[in-house]
Design a binder for this molecule. Structure first.
Ligand code: APR
Length: 229
């Protein structure tokens, strides 16, 4: 079995990293993404953007994976033992999947614990704060994909989707493309699609199966079912 999984902020919500949209203190209600998460915002006020991502990086370092991350790492290992495969694509910039034991994680929106040179594009590991004068010759920026920028590894993502037998979206609102369009591409290939989320996403109608509840509860039980088959 070849499983393709797309995760979003909801899979890390119970690790205390918050989500971007939805009820309560969602990030894009508290902060203006156009002032913090665009290349134009970085050009206009790099110090403000660094403060925002430095705060998120510190929160990430203090956070821990939850049962949903652990269950997905287990699924990867078990499928590999059974000559199957798991492609785990995440929109998240955190490293909680890797910390839970997932080996192969495609970060289509970048990684918070990496920095990128704003001119040569060189990527380096980064755990401490970035500042306006942080340099590798030129200015360093967070290695995250901002609004208006092209996500990473799209060729690899679509190649993995071509080979998938099952498509599963976990903890994502389906509000941001091209990630939100992957389910339609999977359906176009006749692949069964399953949504695991706290509530119905914007593209819930595209899914054959839907399960709603906190990821730390519904993901482990879904993984049990898949492995029992
Ligand atoms: N368990 C499962 N799902 C949850 C939980 C939880 N504990 N808490 C919230 N959710 C669900 C919400 O119902 C919502 O549908 O997770 C989803 C989170 O949606 P968003 O906040 O929009 O996050 P995401 O879909 O990952 O955003 C996509 O947008 O802001 C950009 O680049 C950013 O990668 C991000 C992209």
């Amino acid at each position: 079995m070849n499983v393709f999984i797309l995760t979003g902020a909801g899979v890390s919500a119970e690790s205390g990293l918050g989500v971007f949209r939805g009820p309560g203190a969602a990030m894009w209600k508290r902060y203006d993404p156009m002032q913090l998460a665009t290349p134009e915002a970085f050009a206009r006020n790099p110090a403000l953007v660094h403060d925002f991502y430095n705060m998120r990086r510190r929160n990430l370092i203090a956070a821990s994976p939850n049962a949903a991350h652990v269950a997905l790492a287990r699924l990867e290992a078990q499928l590999a033992r059974r000559c199957g495969a798991l492609t785990l694509v995440t929109q998240n910039v955190d490293d909680l999947h890797e910390r839970a034991g997932s080996r192969r994680v495609i970060h289509m929106h970048g990684e918070l614990l990496k920095a990128r040179c704003a001119s040569c594009g060189a990527v380096s590991d980064r755990r401490d704060d970035l500042a306006v004068d942080s340099r590798c010759g030129c200015a360093l920026r967070p290695h995250v994909v901002w609004f208006g920028e092209t996500p990473l590894d799209l060729d690899e993502i679509f190649a993995a989707l071509e080979a998938a037998d099952l498509f599963v979206a976990i903890g994502t609102s389906g509000a941001v493309y091209p990630a939100a369009g992957l389910v339609r591409a999977a359906r176009g290939r006749g692949v069964r699609c399953c949504e695991l989320n706290l509530e119905a996403s914007d593209n819930a109608a595209e899914f054959d199966d839907r399960r709603y509840g906190p990821a730390s509860e519904i993901v482990p039980s879904w993984v049990e079912e898949i492995l029992a088959k």
